[in-house]
Design a protein around this ligand. Structure first.
Ligand code: ZN
Length: 294
């Protein structure tokens, strides 16, 4: 599948690309065998089996935007205003992420983020002129005043909070239930990072706000691009031990309905899905080892 035309862009030197790599320029127009990611609103067009479709299966007059490579093959996204005009299956990112390998889910998430950002950043916010693409970058620039906009990432932190068990025994993991969304699900303390705040400071603040607990130093574990809670979201996962193992969590009832310590060998069944960073952190807390096998 990967030939001279499908090589990584010149801006990504090094060994042949495996998996997903973001890119903003392929140095050539789309080829029929390139990966195609049509986007309409919050949905992506896929083949009936969920796999990516190819540029050649779609009309030739679409305004493709380079978004990255998949195993070295250039991938292109396009904003579709009449989704019913294209053959295939329109699906939300979460459904795709549940079924597809991480590289394809990450590529789909980037396509959603780039297309959504372009659709909502057409005009200069300072002088109202129409923005133009910056070649080779995921950026737009105002031709009149020079204002340059880059696709922003929203960053959120998740924390698997633990407390040690009796000497030699397994410890406990703190899980919470939200008042919104899938309210039956047991999840981790999480929240968005504020401007001016470090990741670790956000971990401490969110934990204090949501469950009233003080933590020891957070340890970074893993991260995951997450396109469901808003295009361009990056989840950053930590573990941390509670400072006072005898302290009871206190929830505000507004954002969280419940917070409870569970023995790591007796967790509830209603946990986040297997493809989520939340679950990797929970599994890591249970095993006391690395977040993802391999
Ligand atoms: Zn301007």
């Amino acid at each position: 599948m990967t030939g001279p035309a499908g090589s990584p862009p010149a801006s990504s030197p090094g060994p042949p690309a495996v998996g997903f790599r973001p890119a903003a320029d392929h140095g050539r127009p789309p080829h029929v065998d390139d990966v195609a990611l049509p986007v309409s609103g919050r949905k992506l067009l896929t083949a009936d089996d969920g796999r990516p479709i190819r540029v050649g299966t779609l009309p030739g007059d679409l305004a493709w935007v380079a978004v990255g490579t998949l195993d070295g093959t250039p991938a292109w996204a396009v904003d579709v205003t009449e989704p019913e005009s294209l053959p295939g299956r329109w699906r939300g990112w979460r459904g795709l992420a549940a079924e597809l390998p991480a590289p394809q889910a990450d590529l789909a998430g980037r396509a959603l983020a780039v297309i959504t950002w372009r659709r909502t950043h057409r005009w200069c916010g300072a002088c109202r002129a129409e923005l133009a693409d910056v070649p080779g970058e995921t950026a737009r620039r105002c031709p009149d005043c020079g204002l340059t906009l880059f696709l922003p990432l929203t960053v959120a932190v998740l924390t698997a909070i633990t407390r040690p068990g009796p000497a030699g025994g397994a410890g406990d993991l703190l899980l919470v239930r939200h008042t919104y969304g899938p309210t039956g699900l047991w999840a981790l303390v999480a929240g968005f990072v504020e401007a001016g705040e470090s990741l670790e400071a956000a971990v401490h603040r969110e934990t204090a706000e949501e469950v009233g607990l003080t933590l020891g130093p957070p340890t970074y574990v893993d991260s995951q691009p997450w396109a469901f809670s808003g295009p361009g979201t990056l989840l950053v996962g930590f573990t941390a031990e509670v400072a006072d193992p005898t302290a009871a969590p206190v929830v505000d009832g507004t954002e969280l309905a419940e917070a409870r310590w569970f023995p790591v060998d007796a967790l509830p069944a209603e946990l986040p899905p297997a493809y989520s960073l939340s679950r990797w952190l929970i599994d890591a807390a249970v095993r006391g080892g690395p977040p993802r096998a391999g």
